[in-house]
Design a protein around this ligand. Structure first.
Ligand code: PGA
Length: 252
């Protein structure tokens, strides 16, 4: 059975002590109420990774980064490599978040390069895809997502693809309070699973975790997660509050 995951994407929020406090409270919650059906992942800013990883050791939480460099090492001032991320104890990295695509002009080819490096370093990649509002309105959202996945991921071997988690995040639903309906999410998730089946076969498709992201909150998580092809969520705003994040993990 494929793994269910709820990953919190803290984005550029919380200083180190605030982040450690939040991680600690989430860890304590899951110590008392173990998440039976899902893995909870905290995707923190780079500077939090080492300390949060250290503090959650022995718990059932995992830690991830929100981005990585597109080069392995060397003279790339300000960048953080996948090897460095891995060395902090982090296990995951988000690649291709719409904010990276939009504000930092990251395109599918660059994201493919980052994905290959992340896998080489032993990280699991949470690869984001999703259409913007006008693409939804023009009914070209399937093609948009297809291209993101084909160019971003389909150069990978079947073996490497085992370390890919996909996050479908309709950009019009991120941070806007608008959520895709459970039916819209299911429709896209099943489309993505079919794409994977066409490329890597049924077993790989069945084993791939596909998350939904975009204004996911305690009040809507359960009905979205109830859809057969939705295997958890990538949570932005609601991951900054212990009660909300834990309630979303419990919704699985
Ligand atoms: P949101 O963000 O939950 O605040 O909409 C989701 C994301 O950007 O991953």
């Amino acid at each position: 059975m494929r793994k269910k995951i709820v990953a919190g994407n803290w984005k550029m929020n919380l200083n180190l002590s605030e982040g450690l406090k939040l991680a600690e409270s989430i860890k304590n919650y899951f110590h008392e109420h173990p998440a039976k059906n899902a893995e909870a992942v905290l995707c923190t800013p780079f500077i939090h990774l080492a300390k949060v990883s250290e503090n959650i050791r022995g718990s059932n939480l995992a830690v991830g980064a929100q981005n990585c460099a597109s080069e392995e090492s060397g003279a790339f001032t300000g960048e953080v490599s996948c090897g460095m991320i891995k060395s902090t104890g982090a296990e995951y990295v988000i690649i291709g978040h719409s904010e990276r695509r939009t504000y930092y002009n990251e395109d599918n080819l660059l994201l493919n390069k980052k994905t290959v490096l992340a896998l080489k370093s032993g990280l699991t990649v949470i690869f984001c895809c999703g259409e913007v509002l006008h693409e939804r309105e023009q009914n070209i959202f399937f093609e948009v997502v297809k291209k993101q996945i084909e160019v971003g991921l389909f150069s990978l071997s079947k073996e490497d693809f085992k370390h890919i988690v996909i996050a479908y995040e309709p950009v019009w639903a991120i941070g806007t309070g608008l959520t895709a309906s459970p039916e819209q999410a299911q429709e896209m998730h099943s489309y993505i699973r079919n794409l994977i089946m066409g490329k890597y076969g049924k077993e790989t498709a069945d084993n791939t975790t596909i998350l939904y992201g975009g204004s996911c909150k305690p009040s809507n998580a359960a009905e979205i997660f109830a859809k057969p092809d939705v295997d958890g969520g990538l949570i932005g705003g609601a991951s900054l509050k212990k009660e909300d994040f834990c309630a979303i993990v419990d919704a699985i």
